[in-house]
Design a protein around this ligand. Structure first.
Ligand code: HSE
Length: 433
């Protein structure tokens, strides 16, 4: 499975993609080439990237490839590491080419695994080579190995957490510094957390790729992106963050997967988390995850979910597994036995919701809002009215008792239609944690 017949010098790594993680991996291998437990060395033998700019590491011994597909198929590499990103295009083509050439593949590409994981797993297993992707989920935190190997004997019921460092950083910084979304996003990009296209992060798609992969590993299916309900953080305003805090909550982008029958309910959405909860305490670019299983109960881990050095360490762990000749299916079972994880019917799900309204300051408005809620059979759990703003409008925020998404949507429609309500109410789920 490790692709080499006999030991002959360092393991020759072909690396495609020299961004934040690729650059950190170059440094890692230059500093610690013998990190694998066997003491065998690994060295960069070939690289491919968009530009040949200096990465602060001597690459003169590595062959340069303009085309990552040519690198993937090169007879002069033993292992192909894909850090290009994206579910299609060169990343998919190069990973496919490497597997077809019988080379073990290591990737940090969650979009690729979430979208084409089953097809690639079938190819890897048919070829008898590894396809490892520890760095794809939670950066330096070994969530993939934990679910795939450590918990293989467990019946996992749910995985719930924070899986996007950029969104977590943005929401934390907006609250801490009382700055707007765009300014904080620019800072996250500068710090190297964000994906090349920030909509992948702020739209919730990056977290969705990751939770879909974790769900597959936890519940014994293949990743199914189509089963995920996805909502990002772009519509979360500073006022929502402040008002939620006054009610004892913090807004987080929560990714969750709960086993339901033979499938799973998989969601990514901004959600209110009680201030004292560990997920509310995981700030900055941290990632965090609760795993609940039938035998083990509930446990929690948190750590660096993004950033070059931490993610490169996860890639290195996969390289070490390849060197050790680790043999295991790409997911929990051989790919030929897997079907995409089925999505759940959420019609019966009931969640609390935070509703933020902006109303005109006049008598009878609160009564009209309560009536609109009552019409949709949604009842109020807590309520907060703030003083009149300079605009003459009054922010009102309320938290409902658990209600179906349909009932909340109906309530929002009724409230939004009231003459005294000046903008469509903002709805944010209260996390079920
Ligand atoms: N953009 C990702 C994040 C990087 O912010 O979490 C790691 O996948």
């Amino acid at each position: 499975m490790n692709g080499r017949a006999a030991v002959r010098g360092p393991w020759r790594i072909g690396l495609a993609g020299l961004g934040v993680v690729g650059g950190a991996l170059l440094k890692f291998l230059a500093e610690q080439p013998d990190f694998a437990p066997s003491g065998e060395r690994a060295a960069i033998a070939g690289v491919s990237a968009r530009s040949q700019k200096d990465r602060g590491v001597d690459l003169s011994a590595a062959a340069w490839f303009d085309d990552p597909v040519a690198l993937a198929g090169s007879p002069d590499i033993d292992v192909f590491v894909e850090l290009i990103g994206g579910s299609e295009g060169p990343a998919r083509a190069a990973v496919t080419a490497a597997l077809k050439a019988g080379k073990p593949v290591i990737t940090a590409n969650k979009a690729l695994i979430a979208t084409h994981g089953l097809e690639l797993a079938k190819l890897a297993e048919a070829q008898g080579v590894a396809l490892f992707y520890e760095a794809a989920v939670m950066g330096g935190v070994p969530a993939v190995k934990l679910l795939r190997e450590g918990l293989v004997g467990e019946h996992v019921q749910s995985v719930v957490g924070i899986l996007n460092g950029t969104c977590n950083f943005i929401l934390s910084e907006m609250e801490r510094s009382e700055r707007g979304f765009a300014e904080v996003l620019a800072e996250a990009q500068k710090l190297g957390y964000a994906e090349a296209d920030p909509t992948t992060d702020v739209g919730g798609f990056d977290a969705a790729h990751k939770i879909v992969i974790l769900a597959a590993l936890a519940f014994g299916g293949a990743p199914n992106l189509g089963a995920a309900e996805i909502e990002g953080i772009a519509a979360v305003d500073l006022i929502d963050i402040k008002l939620a805090r006054e009610l004892g909550y913090r807004i987080k982008l929560i990714a969750s997967a709960e086993r339901e029958g033979t499938g799973a309910s998989i969601r990514v959405n901004p959600a209110l988390v009680p201030l004292g909860h560990p997920l509310a305490q995981a700030g900055g670019a941290l990632n965090a995850l609760f795993i609940e299983g039938r035998r083990i109960g509930r446990f929690y881990m948190q750590g660096p979910g993004a950033g070059g050095a931490a993610t490169a360490a996860a890639v290195a762990a996969d390289i070490a597994d390849v060197i050790a000749g680790a043999r295991r299916p790409v997911f929990q079972r051989p790919a030929g036995d897997l079907a995409p994880l089925k999505g759940a019917d959420r019609a019966g799900h009931r969640d609390k919701a935070f509703l933020r309204l902006m109303v005109r300051d006049r008598p009878g408005v609160i009564a009209a809002v309560s009536e609109a809620l009552a019409k949709a059979e949604v009842s109020i759990d807590s309520f907060l009215q703030k003083p009149v703003e300079d605009s003459g409008h009054v922010p009102i925020v309320l938290i409902t008792h658990p209600a179906s998404a349909a009932a909340i949507a109906e309530a929002v429609d009724h409230i939004g239609a009231l003459e005294a309500v000046v903008e469509r109410p903002r709805r944010i789920r209260v996390a079920r944690i």
